[in-house]
Design a protein around this ligand. Structure first.
Ligand code: TYC
Length: 116
């Protein structure tokens, strides 16, 4: 955004005499809404299906039916979106899932991707 300061350039015009300095915004503000990030879960050959369903239920607040659908989509397509969040929340969720899976000695992985 460009700010234009006008310092009483027209002292001879009576309407400016009392006003002091005036800040005027010119042009369109170039503000964008913050990007959203998908948490994407990846398939592997070793993580048990019931462990994946448990992770989807507890980290993404999904019910059993929805968690099972997403787990099966990952299993068949190789990947699926578990949820969409602000960047901080998406990073935190992906890290929590990856850390928990590692603690439990499963290779399950999530990554984040910025939405187009
Ligand atoms: N492919 C795994 C299996 O056959 C199950 C699985 C599903 C693993 C989803 C990871 O994100 C995943 N046991």
């Amino acid at each position: 955004m460009e700010i234009q300061l006008t310092f009483g350039q027209h002292p001879d015009q009576p309407e400016h005499e009392q006003e002091g300095d005036v800040a005027t915004a010119t042009g369109k503000p170039k503000l964008q809404p913050p990007s959203r990030y998908q948490v994407v879960m990846l398939n592997d050959d070793y993580t048990p299906m019931d462990f994946v369903v448990e992770v989807l239920e507890s980290f993404f607040m999904l019910n059993r039916e929805r968690a099972t659908q997403i787990m099966l989509k990952v299993h068949t397509d190789g990947r699926a979106v578990c949820g969409v969040y602000s960047r901080d929340i998406a990073e935190t969720k992906a890290a929590q899932v990856n850390d928990y899976a590692r603690e439990c000695q499963h290779p399950l992985l999530c990554q984040i991707e910025r939405e187009a």
